[in-house]
Design a protein around this ligand. Structure first.
Ligand SMILES: [Zn+2]
Ligand SMILES: [Zn+2]
Length: 273
């Protein structure tokens, strides 16, 4: 199983980092988790075109995690020779957001159907709203849904994917909680979005300080990984953006609490589990 960090950025724009999105591939499995800014470009760089996706999983509906939903839907539609429904799994509210996205694409859908004789229908999208405790199958994987704590953002979920005897948890945004602990138990990999509390506290902006109460710090993610017995901790969604040369500093903060493998880096950094 390979985990590829397609986008390691956050809402704060960074020319070097796309928005949050992670690719999980294994034998018979190609799944995208979240679809932030620039995801299709990074997906192609990882060798995957949108029609190749088995599904899109969404951890929550914060804009940075879904900015390029329209691009995924449209590019899959126009690149597929025939109907190729996209299944999107996400928390309650996903159906409304996907419906609104499709509505915003209505003129484009009309233009293309009018222009191309072989295109007779718009994008086929199936939404499955999930909640903690649900399980489903995607490609060759079984998926389990866990609760996360990203309050006041609700509902939010994490996913655990198991395929070919390997497992990974996609934690999304949030602070440590029992649901996430349970989902991570014994996982080979754990992908967590993180912030640096020490650096965020230096920024004189009340709006920026607000993010401290609903995101895991690097240290908190490392402690969750340690207590759950995770094999590899994979950090992403760096706030503030991790600058070139800072990787060892971020890694050391995690290594103080977790003795397993730690993966972090630029977009397209990959971990094999
Ligand atoms: Zn969020
Ligand atoms: Zn986020």
């Amino acid at each position: 199983m390979r985990i590829t960090l397609l986008g390691t950025g956050s809402p704060v724009p960074d020319a070097r980092r796309a928005g949050p999105s992670t690719l999980v591939t294994a034998d018979g499995l190609t799944v995208l988790v979240d679809c932030g800014r620039g995801v299709v470009m990074r997906l192609v760089a990882a060798g995957v075109l949108p029609p190749m996706l088995d599904a899109l999983l969404i951890t929550h509906l914060h804009s940075d995690h879904i900015t390029d939903l329209g691009d995924i839907i449209t590019t899959r539609w126009v690149m597929s020779p025939g109907p190729r429904p996209l299944t999107i799994f996400g928390p309650r509210g996903t159906r409304e957001v996907v419906g609104a996205t499709l509505a915003s694409l209505a003129p484009d859908i009309r233009y293309r159907i009018d222009h191309h004789a072989d295109l007779t229908e718009g994008p086929a999208v199936e939404v499955v709203e999930v909640a903690a405790g649900d399980t489903f199958t995607v490609g060759s994987a079984t998926a389990r849904v866990g609760a996360t704590d990203h309050r006041p953002v609700e509902p939010t979920v994490a996913f655990r994917l198991e395929a070919g005897g390997r497992s990974v948890v996609l934690g999304g945004d949030g602070v440590p909680c029992a649901g996430l602990d349970e989902l991570c138990r014994g996982a080979d990999g754990y992908v967590q979005t993180v912030i640096r509390e020490d650096l965020v506290r230096l920024v004189p902006s009340a709006r920026f300080q607000d993010i401290l109460d609903y995101h895991s710090t690097v240290e908190q993610a490392a402690r969750t990984a340690a207590s759950a017995g995770v094999g590899t901790l994979i950090l992403t969604h760096y706030v503030p953006s991790m600058q070139p040369g800072q990787e060892d500093e971020w890694r050391a903060l995690a290594a103080a609490h977790f003795t397993g493998a730690i993966v972090l880096g630029d977009d397209l950094t990959a971990a094999d589990l």
